[in-house]
Design a protein around this ligand. Structure first.
Ligand code: ADP
Length: 758
């Protein structure tokens, strides 16, 4: 509010009113409007008031204008700053655009954008260079490169269906300015705000070099495979060629050893035989290794029992261990299921190799095999499988630090003196490693040099749920004492008896056991036959004194010590059990006898006979006496060996030198009970001769002389060769070098069958 202006207006207006009033009074008085000083004063005052009001008004407006001016100035400043910033942003945008354009153009990758109908909206410099086109010529047109005629027709990856695939990746060989090139394309859709497909961006990377490398690698792999096949064939042939004369060497040395010889001659003949056997073992190892190396290891998936395999291995090696005066025992944890699906043979091969080594390198103490459940691990491929951990612990010479990794390589031994001192080829662990890895596991060793070793491996197997697991033997609450100075014998047994529920305790001597026997009633004592106090025969009578009369005392003895059974019984043993103790065998017997079922203790291994398949070789089978055998073999030494072996068995034998002669012999004497047929012979070979014999038999029909069994004599251990023999009509095969036991068993098997059929 402008107070001075209002005051001036009021003052001027008042003075004007006063002048008007004075003039009106003068007119009313009839006077003349003369210069009345009061009137003049009023008029002057009114004029001054008006003037002042105008001045104040002008000043007020001037101030307002100043203020507006200042406001405008501020706005102008803000605008200037905004413009400056916009200019900066514009410059930055330009810079960024340049940068991105530079990036897109500098890319080696060809980049393009197109509308869904295929017309190009953008291409980068690389695209133009690669396809040799000018940008302005291709924009707005559909891009259709030429595809290589050798390749399958290209797939459509244009998102024309508006499909919601986030990305499409594919390789194409297209014609470029520099010829045919491979491109790895990656397409992805550009979508509008409403999600509709607006454009497709494609980035193509030239992968010609990579494809070329892949092609070269594939070609190299094919070549390597061919070479590996050629190598395997070479090895198979070599092995065959070496085995054939080795048959003569080993067999003849064997025959020689059965004649009357001086001690020196015997030693020499034995050396010849052992060297021959070592050589055959080496050939077997090399063949097996090269087969596995060539990727020829196919794992079987068959039902088998874990404890059965472990028991077989300990049993097989027990003789060797006992001969060295060391123990071998096994313990499979109670939570490991018995029935599995997998390759039993290969698993047995690993166990035999590791446990065989353990025995070889151990002089005192012994070897323990343990099986437990391994930690499951994260491997998704292992789904439905159970990881098992096998440990083979020995108390032998141990392995120095530096050799621990090395020994898993081929032809590697911890010490260069080992092959001389202990024999071996250095291939066993390499083979085991390959098998374990193929089975999806790992292998390793922990060892203290001089303090024994623990070789371990893991494998993933499938539990066989189709077979009902027999309930484990129940020994709940029974007190059992295991007395043995050997922790190898004692500890696994105690662990296993505890798994069956028994209160089992181990004692290192009879004296130690006696203290406990006095303290509490004991149901069963299992005792080693050699105790620190002396032989069990001597210790048992006093031990019996501490036991209740109905307690059982079972002597644990290796098979070779069976002769001591009467003396042990006389000393107070109520039974015996043969070591190594089979899984469940002892526990089942104990559970049965505690339940009042008396098992014949004279047959402690009744279960063993049930579980263990009878080995093919063995010579236990009796063949029909007076069997007539024909041997077809071209190698003179091998013929001499086979004929000698057969004669020694008491059979009649004729020999011929090839397949044609065999056919002739069979024509003139059709009553042969068995033919042993070498596979490789000059002229008509074993396969061809067999085929012709079978054809003849088929023609003659039921009225003929019947089907004569034919056993192949082959130096090959390859499955394919065996298959060939069977397909030709052979019934069985014997591998060279000929094992006399295997020959006896085979003759018995085939002549008995024929005798029964006849
Ligand atoms: P081989 O026993 O035929 O020589 P392997 O591959 O089975 O071949 O073993 C390689 C080497 O590893 C052996 O020669 C030996 O030096 C060492 N070795 C293997 N097992 C044991 C063991 N249990 N104790 C000590 N050394 C061992």
């Amino acid at each position: 509010m402008n107070l001075p202006r209002i005051a001036a207006l009021v003052f001027g207006f008042g003075a004007a009113v006063l002048a008007v009033v004075l003039m009106a009074a003068r007119y009313a008085a009839g006077g003349e409007p003369t210069a009345d000083p009061v009137l003049v004063g009023a008029l002057a005052a009114a004029a001054v008031g008006a003037l002042l009001a105008t001045i104040f008004d002008a000043r007020q407006r001037g101030r307002l204008l100043d203020e507006q001016n200042a406001g405008l100035k501020r706005v102008a400043e803000v605008q200037k700053r905004t413009v400056d910033r916009l200019q900066i942003i514009n410059a930055e945008l330009k810079e960024n655009e340049q940068r991105y354009k530079g990036l897109v153009d500098a890319q080696g990758d060809a980049i393009l954008r197109k509308w869904p109908d295929g017309r190009l909206t953008f291409v980068n410099d690389a695209f133009c260079t690669v396809f040799g086109v000018a940008r302005e010529d291709v924009l707005g047109r559909v891009f259709r490169p030429a595809f290589h005629p050798d390749d399958p027709p290209p797939l459509l990856h244009d998102y024309a269906d508006g499909g919601d695939r986030p990305r499409a990746r594919y390789d194409q060989r297209v014609r470029t300015a520099s010829g045919w090139r491979w491109f790895a394309w990656e397409d992805y859709p550009i979508r509008g705000e409403a999600g509709q497909l607006t454009e497709i961006q494609s980035v193509g990377r030239d992968i010609t070099e990579r494809k070329e490398v892949e092609r070269t690698v594939r070609a190299a792999l094919d070549r390597a495979e061919q070479m590996s096949k050629a190598k395997s064939l070479f090895l198979a042939t070599m092995s065959h060629e070496i085995r054939t004369p080795m048959n003569g060497v080993i067999g003849m040395a064997g025959l020689l050893l059965e004649t009357a010889l001086t001690p020196d001659q015997r030693a020499y003949a034995l050396a010849v035989k052992q060297s021959g056997e070592a050589l055959v073992e080496l050939i077997n190892d090399i063949l097996d290794f090269s087969k596995i190396e060539a990727g020829g290891l196919e794992l079987a998936r068959e039902p088998f029992g874990i404890r059965a395999v472990v028991d077989q291995v300990t049993e097989l090696l027990a003789t060797r261990a006992h001969q060295k005066g060391i123990e071998i025992a096994a313990c499979v944890d109670g939570d490991v299921p018995e029935n599995m699906l997998g390759d039993e043979q290969r698993l047995r091969q690993i166990l035999l190799n590791l446990a065989g080594n353990a025995i070889k390198f151990t002089e005192t103490g012994g070897v323990t095999l343990r099986v437990s459940r391994g930690s499951p691990g994260q491997d998704p491929a292992a789904k439905g499988r159970l990881k098992l951990r096998f440990e083979i612990e020995d108390t032998g010479i141990g392995i120095p630090d530096e050799a621990r990794q090395r020994i898993f390589g081929h032809f590697e031994q911890a010490d260069s003196t080992h092959s001389r001192k202990f024999g071996g080829t250095g291939l066993g662990l390499a083979i085991s490693k390959k098998i374990v890895e193929t089975m999806g596991g790992q292998i390793g060793v922990s060892s203290a040099f001089g303090g024994g070793s623990v070789f371990w491996f893991t494998v993933a197997l499938v539990p066989n749920r189709l077979v009902d697991a027999a309930p484990p033997p129940d020994l709940s609450g029974r007190r059992i004492a295991v007395v043995s100075a050997s922790p190898i014998l004692r500890e696994p047994l105690v662990a296993r008896l505890r798994q069956s529920g028994a209160q089992a305790q181990g004692f290192a001597s009879a004296a130690e056991a006696a203290v406990s026997l006095v303290a509490a009633r004991t149901d069963i004592v299992l005792t080693d036959i050699a105790l620190p106090e002396g032989d069990a025969e001597a210790c048992l009578p006093s031990l019996r004194n501490w036991l209740p009369p109905d307690a059982a005392v079972i002597a644990l003895l290796p098979p070779a010590q069976r002769g001591r059974i009467p003396a042990l019984k006389a000393a107070g043993a109520t039974g015996y059990h043969v070591t190594p103790v089979r899984h469940f065998g002892l526990e089942r017997r104990l559970a049965a006898s505690l339940a009042g079922i008396d098992l014949d203790e004279g047959k402690p291994r009744a279960d063993a006979q049930r579980i263990t398949p009878q080995p093919a070789a063995g010579g236990r089978e009796e063949s029909r006496a007076g069997v007539q055998i024909l041997v077809a073999e071209d190698n003179e030494i091998n013929t001499l060996l086979t004929v000698s072996l057969i004669k020694r068995m008491g059979h009649a034998v004729d020999s011929v030198r090839d397949g044609a002669e065999a056919l002739g012999a069979l024509e003139s004497r059709p009553d042969y009970d068995l033919i042993l047929m070498d596979v490789h012979m000059p002229g008509v070979d074993g396969i061809e001769a067999t085929r012709r014999i079978r054809e003849g038999e088929a023609k003659r029909g039921p009225g003929g002389r019947g089907r004569v069994p034919i056993i192949a004599l082959t130096a090959s251990v390859m499955d394919e060769d065996r298959q060939k023999c069977l397909s030709a009509g052979m019934d069985d095969f014997l591998t060279k070098p000929l094992d006399p036991n295997a020959l006896t068993a085979a003759i018995a098997r085939w002549t008995k069958t024929r005798a029964r059929a006849a």
